[in-house]
Design a protein around this ligand. Structure first.
Ligand code: EPU
Length: 338
């Protein structure tokens, strides 16, 4: 187990906040995980389990131990008449796993191409894009309890997934280290191409019979056009969740804001694009020092250089307050604030 003291977390969070931690531990094997849990030095200090750091805002230094999950490996577990089961270790890069599944001839993850972060982070916020959520394909999550060291497999129901939520984001976050996930991909693919941008990108590429590969290409094209590459401009993807409103609330809001876009949900509620609300309040492309909102997508908070976590959070709070004042809608942060 590799341990570094007073380590910089800047390379390990995609918002590129220059925070430090007391200890940084790299977990490269399951025996590293066991060793970390058993280590008396880390028993009574605050702990943070880190994947790709792509859904995280560090307010400041972390006076505790950060355990970075670096477990590797991808494999086909089994195949039955209906589907194939593919397993990836938590430290694998998410997009690398998506590409690996497509190269092996499987479909189901293509809409989730190019999402930054690791495999282990994916179930925590139930990553989703272009009409697909991880919960649509997830079979199980393997995890180790951070105190007892006991290994546990969470089947899909036990993960309690909803929009950008899971049991790991709420109560169990501090209690488990996710070590691997298994996805179940049906042999007969069900391609999801009804998202406007995806349909358009396929048309632009003259694709009439889409497959996992061409959908993945279209999604990558869309994401590259709209979302900043964290290697070039610090960001944590969507910084706010899209709020969900009842029919009655939407009707009442539309009396004053007739243009308010809304997407119907299966239960009769409506999802409102937070990016639209922020753009209406003038936040798209706005900047204060090195903290700002991306000029091509209002939902993305960006670090133009040396913004601190506190500066980024203060800007996000101001934007949230503006949306509340103007629309009466309280936006929720999407990343974890630590
Ligand atoms: N819009 C604006 N201004 C903007 C950008 C968008 O008004 O600057 C409006 C437009 O009306 C647009 C609508 O917002 O039609 C939706 O925009 P987009 O398709 O980009 O999707 P989003 O709702 O902003 C969500 C996810 C993304 C995911 C995309 C595509 C959340 C919080 N975000 O964004 O996920 O990639 O849909 O499915 O649900 C992430 O979670 O980090 C993430 C990037």
């Amino acid at each position: 187990m590799r341990i570094e003291e007073n380590a910089s977390l800047e390379p390990y969070n995609t918002l590129r906040v220059a925070a430090r931690c007391r200890f940084l531990v790299q977990l490269q094997s399951l025996s590293d995980v066991d060793e970390f849990i058993a280590d008396a030095r880390f028993r009574h200090v605050p702990r943070m389990i880190l994947g790709g750091g792509s859904n995280l805002l560090l307010r400041g230094d972390f006076d505790g131990v950060v355990a970075r999950v670096a477990l590797r490996g991808m494999e086909t577990v089994r195949s039955d008449t209906g589907a194939v089961y593919l397993r990836a270790a938590a430290g694998e890069d998410w997009h690398t796993f998506v590409v690996w599944t497509i190269e092996h001839g499987y479909a189901g993850l293509e809409n989730l191409s190019l999402i930054p972060g690791t495999v282990g982070g994916a179930p925590i916020q139930n990553i989703g894009a272009y009409g697909v959520e991880l919960s649509d394909v997830l079979h199980c999550v393997e995890a180790v309890h951070t105190v007892s060291g006991e290994a546990r497999t969470f089947d899909k129901n036990a993960c309690k997934f909803s929009y950008r939520e899971s049991v790991f984001k709420r109560g169990e976050r501090a209690n488990y280290i996710i070590t691997a996930i298994t996805v179940r991909l049906p042999h007969t693919p069900r391609y999801v191409t009804d998202y406007h941008g995806v349909r358009q990108a396929l048309r632009d590429n003259d694709i009439t019979e889409p497959n996992a590969h061409s959908i993945s290409q279209a999604v990558c094209q869309l994401r590259r056009a709209k979302l900043p590459d964290p290697d070039k401009l610090g960001n944590a993807g969507s910084f706010f969740k899209n709020p969900v409103l009842s029919d009655a609330r939407l009707t009442s809001l539309r009396r004053r804001h007739s243009q308010l876009p809304a997407y119907p949900q299966a239960n009769g509620d409506y999802k409102i694009p937070a990016a639209w609300l922020l753009e209406q309040c003038g936040w798209k492309g706005r900047r204060q020092g090195d903290a700002g909102f991306y000029d091509r997508h209002a939902l993305v908070l960006v670090n133009h250089g040396h913004a601190s976590g506190a500066e980024l959070l203060a800007l996000a709070d101001r934007a949230r307050q503006d949306v509340l004042d103007r629309f009466g809608i309280e936006l929720e942060f999407e990343p974890q604030i630590i």
